[in-house]
Design a protein. Structure first.
Length: 440
């Protein structure tokens, strides 16, 4: 046998013996049902016990129990080889362990179990020093010191069997863990080293309040007003002008962790329509309203100094990325919606001050006196096949949502393609306590 193979065999035996002699750690959390993901929100207590056992007597220096929150991003460099990435530990809480809780002397003995209880409280915000990069305004600074939700880990549904997808890419992740480590003094020097460490994931969905409506004046991918010509058919004249408009809906209030799957999450969107005929034409019959939800995840290898733009990532910025996933919501027949004829002479106040034309207003080419209006109320209910997180903005990533509404209508001689007018409006996702979502 060669010297190389002898050394290799000896090294493998030493490694196997070291693994067997390492302490064994179990982290048990108080409260969650068997098979369920451990999910918490702001001000919740994460309680549990760390149990340490050994097969051989093992001297040690200390046991460390921490609650960590970390964000990680990876960005493809496009035409450049390799990836860029970043990691940010934004939360690090340590459980104090008094000397009296340790055995004397500090030797872990075979046949005994050593238990160390812990309690962590989910904070409502982060310390200012976790976000030290340049920011354009105080609103960004405030958002970056809010606790981000867990992102990028599949979530177990309440049945304990089904995994839910939170629609995030592999390139971005926010993870929270409870970690228990056993430290031992080094044979040389004065430091200590970890001889074993065990992690247990927990899911955090923090409380998130409603923010002011999103300003979309500088974006092109979000539009709350749209207008187009209504034609008689291909290569034919116009019937008139159709205007559709909406406003940012009330936020979707996500259910607190561990709510029953029978609970529904919803809001409504209102679309105001206005038809301006060329002459005496009647408004077009309406068809269907198709609604979709778009979840956009912005991620970067360097900190964001402002809120990400809804238009996407500017060309040439190789350290940033955007991942968008569309979720179908509903297809609703609106053929029964009634048009109401309006004339300026019959209205004693300005059209732009009325409730049904506040957002539609006059089209850019209208010069007549008669028009028609209609209003559609669209329910927005989230599917249970996805795991939604609140809207958030952190140093390395953001999650935003938009609602896409597409309305079909019918005109004469349009047998090939059904005309459609679309809107895309921002919508916020908040997270509240059960008493706020379902008041008593």
């Amino acid at each position: 046998m060669s010297a190389t193979s002898t050394l290799s065999s000896g090294s493998e035996r030493l490694e196997a013996w070291t693994r067997r002699s390492q302490p064994m750690i179990e982290i048990d959390l108080t409260g969650p049902k068997p098979g369920h993901f451990n999910c918490y929100t702001t001000a919740d207590s994460i309680d549990g016990t760390v149990t340490v056992t050994v097969e051989h007597e093992t001297p040690f220096d200390e046991v460390e129990i921490v609650f960590d929150g970390t964000s990680r991003t990876k960005v493809e460099r496009g035409s450049y080889p390799g990836r860029m990435g970043s990691q940010h530990m934004f939360l690090n809480l340590r459980q104090p362990i008094e000397d009296i809780e340790y055995p004397t002397p500090r030797v872990l003995k075979r046949g005994r179990s050593y238990q160390f209880p812990f309690t962590f409280v989910v904070p409502d915000r982060l310390l200012p020093q976790v976000c030290t990069h340049i920011k354009k305004n105080a609103h960004v600074r405030r958002s970056h010191t809010m606790l981000p939700p867990t992102l990028g880990d599949p979530m177990l549904q309440n049945n304990g069997k089904t995994l839910l997808d939170d629609m995030s890419p592999d390139m971005s992740q926010v993870a929270y863990i409870v970690r228990a480590s056993v430290y031992q003094k080094q044979l040389t020097g004065h430091g200590v080293k970890s001889i074993v460490a065990v992690d247990k994931k927990v899911r955090i969905i923090p409380l998130v309040e409603e923010e002011p409506p999103v300003d979309i004046s500088g974006t092109t991918s979000l539009y709350m007003r749209n207008e187009q010509s209504v034609k008689r058919g291909t290569l034919r004249g116009k019937l008139g002008r159709l205007v559709a408009a909406t406003s940012q809906p009330k936020p979707i209030r996500l259910l607190p962790p561990n709510c029953e799957p029978s609970d529904t999450v919803s809001t409504v969107a209102t679309v105001n329509l206005r038809f301006e005929p060329v002459g005496n034409e009647q408004p077009p019959p309406l068809g269907t309203m198709i609604s979709k939800l778009r979840a956009s995840t912005f991620y970067s290898a360097s900190p964001w100094d402002d809120f990400p733009s809804s238009t996407g990532v500017p060309f040439g910025q190789i350290d940033r990325g955007l991942y968008t996933e569309a979720v179908p919501l509903s297809t609703m027949c609106v053929a029964s919606a009634q048009w109401t004829k309006q004339t300026y002479d019959s209205r004693p106040y300005s059209a732009t001050s009325s409730s049904d034309s506040l957002s539609t207003g006059l089209s850019s080419t209208y010069a007549g006196d008669t028009y028609y209006t209609a209003s559609l109320v669209i329910p927005v209910t989230l599917p249970k096949s996805k795991a939604f997180v609140p809207t958030f903005h952190s140093c390395l990533m953001s999650r935003t949502y938009s609602l896409e509404l597409s309305l079909t209508y019918h005109t004469p001689a349009t047998n090939i393609m059904t005309p459609t007018i679309s809107l895309r409006v921002p919508i916020q996702f908040t997270s509240e306590r059960l008493s706020q979502v379902f008041p008593v």
